[in-house]
Design a protein around this ligand. Structure first.
Ligand code: GLN
Length: 454
């Protein structure tokens, strides 16, 4: 009992959950018992999932880790969680995240940062970031509190936390999973995806989450393949591209070495390795950090103190003053920064110079991938330019934080599927991930290459 209590206390210290919902998980477990007795088990019968608290869950508070949504309990279910529950899964709790999914370390949450269960083996005990924004998901899976969890990825929020915590995470093709009922950050980039301990579990979860939804106008009306049944690490006849632009300055030699090791693993699995070029990669970060805040500033205009969550109505305030007081109290500093940047790049005098230009560069980045996928089936890169950093190490400098997204944002801008798989440990014993990027709708190719690596 002591050990168990210790483990529970340890789990709580990670701060991965915003709320725990054992009633929901228990109901699913009981339904699974009945289904088993009747011989009618579903693909996820009884599986207790963590749900990133960006997914609206009917009857359970949904916060996006922001004070702004304090007291908001959705009356409807997001399509993704509805599909998971229809497949038999239960919800063990709503998982912490960066506020409105803006961040790379889970330090922007109004509910406090999440802690990674990993420690460096240097004898120090620095608490490490679990990555972000799906940091509650990565931490809870890495600590074995849940077998799998939902994530969302706008510029890397599934892949980078997966890499930091030694788990697998896949962002499918834009439009594979419905965005209905997911709190919007940057609608042209937001995509739900699966996080789990390994590639196979990710495939099972993604299969249950995906599918056309008439309630999301960008949802793709295509069938969901049987990814798990078709998993194969035999890559004979496949070509893997190595994009030379992903070799950046200051990258730890261990990450470069792991990348080379990954190339060897894929070669051993039968793949042919080809050098490719994605010439506009260097513009991906600035492009992302114009488009994402622009869309965020527009999406977040709905939080006015009237319709959702928080209302701050100072004595005698008029409507404008209520808006201002509510937004000042409700949004955290990173969210305010994004709204300011987004409003600036969309403003009359600067729209063409920033927003229109960024859209043009986005098209060039997408074209780079199209060109590359004429030569190869998938691309292999590191997931992030570093292993997990310490909490507080980058939070004072937003640019420093944004740079950590350098390898994940290009696939988001192009809308193509991408996955991080656990590939090894660095010299301090911390996990490192490798990223596989695939053609639109070729999640199978991504998962299969992932399987050959893990
Ligand atoms: N770190 C990136 C950002 O802060 C990506 C976040 C995400 O994918 N939700 O915008």
């Amino acid at each position: 009992a002591d050990a168990f209590n210790g483990a529970v206390a340890g789990a709580k210290a990670l701060n991965a959950f915003i709320i725990e919902t054992p009633d929901h998980a228990i109901a699913a477990a009981e339904a699974a018992d009945r289904a088993r007795a009747a011989g009618e088990l579903l693909p996820l019968s009884g599986v207790p999932l963590g749900i990133k608290d960006l997914f609206c869950t009917a009857g359970y508070q949904t916060t996006a880790a922001s004070r702004m949504l304090g007291g908001f309990t959705p009356t409807y279910e997001s399509t993704v969680t509805a599909k998971l529950f229809a497949a038999g899964a239960g919800m063990l709790g709503k998982l912490n995240l960066d506020q409105f999914a803006m961040g790379s370390s889970n330090e922007t949450s109004a509910f406090g940062n999440v802690v990674s269960p990993w420690r460096r083996n240097d004898g120090g005990n620095a608490a490490l970031a679990p990555g972000g924004s799906s940091g509650g998901s990565s931490s809870a899976i890495a600590a074995r509190i849940v077998p799998a969890a939902t994530g969302t990825d706008t510029g890397g929020s599934i892949r980078q936390p997966a890499a930091f915590t030694g788990i697998a995470g896949i962002k499918p093709t834009y439009g594979r999973c419905s965005r209905f009922g997911i709190v919007a950050f940057a609608s042209s980039l937001d995509q739900a995806g699966a996080m789990a301990q390994d590639v196979r579990d990710s495939a099972i979860l993604l299969e249950a989450m995906s599918g056309f939804d008439p309630k999301d106008s960008t949802s793709l009306d295509v069938a969901v393949p049987q990814w798990e049944a078709n998993l194969s690490s035999d890559l004979k006849g496949k070509k893997v591209g190595i994009p030379k632009e992903y070799r950046v300055d200051n990258m730890p030699p261990e990450i470069d070495a792991l990348w080379k090791q990954g190339i060897e693993w894929l070669r051993d699995a039968g793949a042919e390795i080809v050098d490719v070029s994605l010439p506009h990669t260097r513009y991906a970060l600035p492009t992302y950090y114009i488009i994402a805040p622009a869309e965020a500033s527009s999406n977040l205009a709905r939080y006015d103190g009237v319709r959702y969550g928080l209302r701050d109505l100072p004595e005698g305030a008029n409507l404008q003053e209520m808006y201002a007081a509510t937004r000042a109290a409700g949004f955290g500093p990173e969210v305010k920064r994004r709204i300011l940047i987004g409003t600036y790049v969309l403003s009359a005098g600067f729209y063409d110079a920033y927003y229109t230009k960024a859209q043009k560069v986005r098209a060039l980045i997408a074209r780079d991938f199209e060109e590359a996928f004429r030569q190869v089936d998938v691309l292999l890169t590191p997931t992030a330019p570093s292993a997990a950093f310490a909490l507080g190490e980058k939070s004072a400098d937003p640019l420093e934080m944004y740079l950590n997204d350098v390898f994940t944002v290009p696939a988001s801008l192009a809308g193509v599927p991408a996955m991080s798989v656990p590939a090894g440990l660095d010299g301090q014993g911390l996990p490192l991930g490798l990223q596989i990027i695939g053609r639109p709708l070729d999640e199978q190719g991504v998962l299969n290459a992932g399987l050959a690596i893990e």
